[in-house]
Design a protein around this ligand. Structure first.
Ligand code: NAI
Length: 344
């Protein structure tokens, strides 16, 4: 089987080569992202392998299907960049539902600790032998309340980490997890209460029509003054303009962002020699209380191994059995999964 691998980075190759070779799948690595301009590179391949910032819209799907490409293997969990309804009946779409919830949850806590203990400032100071402590005062996490929006795999690991720090957890999920609410240190509450009562808010839900700009001007106005916003999920969960205004007005005390609404043309690339066109991102990055990482939360050795292993397994399983448990296949209007691989 031949797969065209888009948005390839040097750190992707070792694990995909290893698992691909074992399974008899060959990958051709393209550095470019998949979109309407690059889709023809997939000519002659059985499938394409894409990541979070590739564009798989109706036009791309139609062209892939026209060229006889059958598989769309997402090497990530989220699939908000794929027009799933349009793909139905045209491509078999697979994803990697979980590769390391620990990687993302631990990165979220790393950002939080860095921000509130001013480690980013201290690191730069000590490199310059400046050992002054002025301006480095932080606050204890112990006893603070963290609001966790989305209590799936990553959210639950983050809840556990926060409990280890002695924090209280207020959780919100459209589909609450059984057994998580203990009526004491972890409680499910309505979103309004979570906004009002949390010292820190962390986003771990997918990007959907429901969750688009879940953190907007109205939500931020309800929050405690000085709230810390953590987003390691998807950029468009946060209205970046509203966040910037709330930082300027001191309503938000700090923000840690691993994702950004307009990240697709910027993140994962070295833009250091370019003029930053995105004024909102430039202004956010210029703030002393904003930390931005470049969609890096997943990037651990364990996660990269799991991503490659599951992606290869998805392709192999479908090719051999016509079935794959990680197929995402939505019927035109009902938004339900088809019976494993039986949609076309
Ligand atoms: P998951 O599917 O296990 O959990 C998502 C949770 O969100 C579920 O409990 C679901 O019920 C809940 N949810 C769905 N709609 C909701 C709504 N309207 N309001 C509140 N909660 C809602 O997914 P997982 O593995 O925990 O991943 C969460 C998100 O993390 C992914 O959707 C993805 O966007 C992001 N992610 C980011 C990575 C990074 O490198 N920064 C890497 C991997 C995932």
């Amino acid at each position: 089987m031949k797969i065209a691998f888009f948005d390839a980075k040097p750190y992707d190759k070792p694990s995909f080569e290893k698992y691909g070779e074992q399974a008899g799948i060959s990958f051709k690595y393209f550095e470019t992202k998949l979109n309407e301009d690059t889709v023809d590179l997939a000519q002659g391949y059985d499938g394409v392998c894409v990541f979070v910032n590739d564009t798989v819209n109706a036009a791309v799907i139609d062209r892939l299907a026209e060229m006889g490409v059958r598989y769309l293997a997402l090497r990530c969990a989220g699939f908000n960049n794929v027009d799933m309804k349009h793909a139905f009946g045209k491509l078999h779409v697979f994803h990697v539902p979980a590769y390391s919830p620990y990687a993302v949850a631990e990165h979220t806590m790393a950002l939080l600790l860095t921000s509130i203990r001013r480690i980013h400032k201290a690191y730069i100071r000590s490199k310059d032998f400046n050992f002054s402590l002025s301006g480095l005062t932080g606050f204890d996490l112990y006893g603070k309340t963290v609001g966790v929006i989305g209590t799936g795999r990553i959210g639950r690991v983050f809840v556990d980490i926060c409990r280890g720090f002695g924090m209280k957890v207020l959780a919100y999920d459209k589909y609450p997890a059984a057994g998580l609410d203990n009526g004491d240190t972890v409680r499910y509450v309505a979103l309004d209460e979570l906004f009002r009562e949390s010292d820190i808010i962390s986003l771990h839900c997918p990007l959907t029509e429901d969750t688009y700009h879940v953190i907007d001007e109205k939500a931020l106005a309800q929050c405690k003054k000085g709230v810390v916003i953590l987003n390691t999920s998807r950029g468009a969960l946060v209205d970046a303009e509203a966040l910037l205004s709330a930082i300027k007005s001191r309503q938000v005390g700090a923000a840690c962002l691993d994702v950004y609404e307009e990240e697709s043309d910027l993140f994962f690339e070295d833009n250091s020699g370019h003029i930053m066109e995105d004024d909102t991102l430039a202004r956010l990055i210029s703030m002393p209380n904003v930390l931005v990482t470049s969609h890096q939360a997943f990037l651990t050795e364990e996660a990269l191994e799991n991503i490659a292993e599951t992606t290869v397994q998805n392709l192999l399983s479908f090719a051999q059995n016509g079935q794959c448990e990680n197929e995402l296949c939505w019927k035109e209007s009902s938004a339900q999964r088809c019976e494993n691989g039986k949609c076309f």
